[in-house]
Design a protein around this ligand. Structure first.
Ligand code: OOB
Length: 553
């Protein structure tokens, strides 16, 4: 037996296949059609050639233009040696080049890794190295940050990274505009193969990568477009970061392009920017996380004489974190459109409230699953089903839910049941008709208004500080974001200043949203009966402290 085991073989498969009987079932039901994701654009370009597909600022692409440009970029990438099966880390803001690059990579069969603009050296370096990416695609600058400087740092630790492609001023790197060649016939990617890697919100030390296939994702896009009633008249405002699963496929950018509608990219989600775009482009549908929905409602309420800018808006989707019933009730009256709650996850399962649902379901639940073949179980600690209406752990499998993370055999053994159900880490109640109410979470994660922070990842960075003996990161309640993070730290001697810890964390190249919002120094941690840190007690301690403070002030 060879003593040499490649890192990937030791860590597990890139893609954990569905068992043959499920593959057969999903194909027979028509969910998996054997079509690669770029076919979605190709078909719409045939049917809607002259219609506007994409708007970014003053730039507009018709379907025919978008499709032709994607052909040229795919050929240009191939010419530079980027091939099917290779990974490309994509870190772009909401700009047209993002959509072009995603489809060019799909067409080529190369696999985008969907990073967010907020990610920094710690995350991007890890994605490039762990996925063995051949290329990194960035913007020159965005939001006051220079991504070329980040790329220089990352390159040093990512030996496979042969290309850095920059939208804008490329400096020593390859300019996006230079990726251009006469279209060539490319072999269609295998629809059952890994199409791209999404990022998991995660609860572990390193973000897990989520391998999605063309077949499974295409199904979720088609079904989502159908549930949301998209047509070629739909105009979708993408105000959330485009690479997130919600604005990408629920039904998002891909769903709208599938339906022949128009995608409008917003540079940010502030009411000033978004309302003006909604008015200018006659936007009909958009998606937000709960804190932004609240900001929009406040802004609409403060506009005198009602909010005419939003007159065209028919549907606001809200998801990513729990929307309170009270906020849900205000959406219709304040924004003059319908609300749809969306409870989804990059690993697969997505739930929507439906158009024919009554007010009680739309306001008080997070919807029901997309597919009749989504198996949604609510179980106790021993994986036994609990009675309907009782809160328990949500586990699921189905035609668009992964069976394993990318190269993560050890973690997969915990994150999935032996028969392939994904353990979502959400505590949920299931009502008659399959409607779900999210009650909480048993994963070690902070949901900062839709941005997921894995406690262990932040703790590991804190532990690297010489003055930190032990660290535990927990969620604390927050009126705006729902939750923020609080780091409890046992110092080694004299407690360092909180500002010093923040500086240290930033220098380690961690995305800003993962930095602890509050730091509490303690002499020791409360422990559970088995001697583990009692995070429940820490959560209680900080929320009581905040409540006491609020009562005084
Ligand atoms: C979406 O995807 P992720 O991967 O960023 O996060 C998934 C997790 C869920 O497991 C749950 O804990 C939480 O985010 N979540 C919600 C929620 N939607 C997501 N918790 C309560 N209420 C909701 N409506 O966040 C995502 C992916 C596709 C569509 C929508 C959201």
């Amino acid at each position: 037996m060879s003593a040499v085991i490649s890192a990937s073989a030791a860590e597990g498969a890139d893609l954990t296949p569905w068992p043959a009987e499920f593959v057969e079932r999903y194909r027979a039901a028509g969910y998996w059609r054997g079509e690669p994701l770029d076919a979605l654009l190709r078909d719409s370009a045939r049917q809607h050639a002259t219609r506007t597909a994409l708007v970014c600022g003053t730039r507009r692409w018709s379907y025919a233009e978008l499709d032709a440009r994607v052909d040229r970029i795919a050929a240009g990438l191939a010419q530079r040696g980027i091939a099917a099966g290779q990974r490309v880390v994509l870190q772009l803001p909401n700009i047209g080049e993002y959509v072009l690059m995603v489809f060019a990579l799909f067409r080529l069969g190369a696999q985008p890794v969907f990073a967010l603009p907020a990610h920094r050296r710690s995350e991007i370096g890890y994605f490039c190295a762990f996925s063995e990416a051949i290329a990194l695609v960035i913007a020159d600058r965005h939001g006051g940050f220079d991504y070329r400087a980040l790329a220089r740092e990352v390159r040093a630790d990512a030996p496979t990274l042969a290309h850095i492609i920059v939208v804008g001023d490329a400096q020593e790197f390859t300019a996006f505009e230079a990726i251009d060649a006469e279209p060539v016939a490319l072999p269609a990617p295998d629809a059952g193969a890994l199409a791209f890697l999404q990022l998991s919100g995660g609860s572990t030390g390193r973000p897990k990568l989520i391998p999605r296939t063309h077949d499974d994702y295409f199904y979720s896009v088609r079904a989502s477009a159908d549930i949301c009633g998209l047509t070629e008249q739909s105009v979708y405002l993408c105000a959330l970061p485009a690479a997130h699963n919600f604005p990408m496929s629920s039904p998002g950018i891909l769903g709208v392009l599938y339906a022949g509608g128009c995608v409008v990219l917003a540079p940010d989600a502030s009411p000033d920017t978004a309302f003006a775009l909604i008015a200018r482009e006659r936007v009909t549908i958009t998606a937000l996380v709960p804190p932004l929905a609240m900001v929009w409602m406040d802004a609409a309420a403060s506009r005198t004489n009602g909010c005419h800018e939003l007159a065209s808006l028919q549907l606001l989707q809200v998801g990513g974190a729990r929307l309170s019933d009270e906020a849900a009730r205000r959406v219709g009256p304040l924004l003059g459109c319908r609300l749809q709650q969306v409870f989804g996850m990059a690993e697969g399962l997505v739930n929507y409230t439906r158009f024919d649902d009554g007010e009680a379901l739309v306001v008080g639940t997070q919807g029901r699953a997309i597919s009749p073949d989504d198996e949604v179980r609510i179980v106790d600690d021993e994986d036994r089903d609990v009675p309907e209406g009782t809160a328990g752990h949500l586990i699921t499998r189905g035609p668009y839910t992964i069976r394993g993370y990318f190269r993560a055999a050890v973690h997969n053994a915990r994150a999935f049941t032996h028969d392939g159900f994904y353990r979502t880490g959400d505590i949920v109640r299931k009502l008659p008709g399959g409607y779900l109410v999210v009650e909480g979470r048993d994963k070690d994660q902070i949901n900062r208004g839709g941005d997921k922070v894995a406690a262990e990842e932040v703790e590991n960075h804190l532990l690297a500080h010489p003055a930190v003996l032990d660290a535990a990161v927990v969620a604390m309640p927050d009126a705006y974001l729902g939750e923020r993070s609080c780091a409890f730290i046992v110092p080694r001697g004299e407690a360092p200043r909180a500002t010093e810890i923040a500086r240290f964390m930033r220098e380690r190249g961690l995305a800003q949203y993962k930095l602890p919002d509050r730091i509490e120094f303690v002499a020791q941690f409360p422990k559970t009966g088995v001697g583990k840190i009692d995070k429940g007690a820490l959560r209680l301690a900080v929320s009581e402290k905040l409540a006491a403070h609020a009562a005084v002030s």
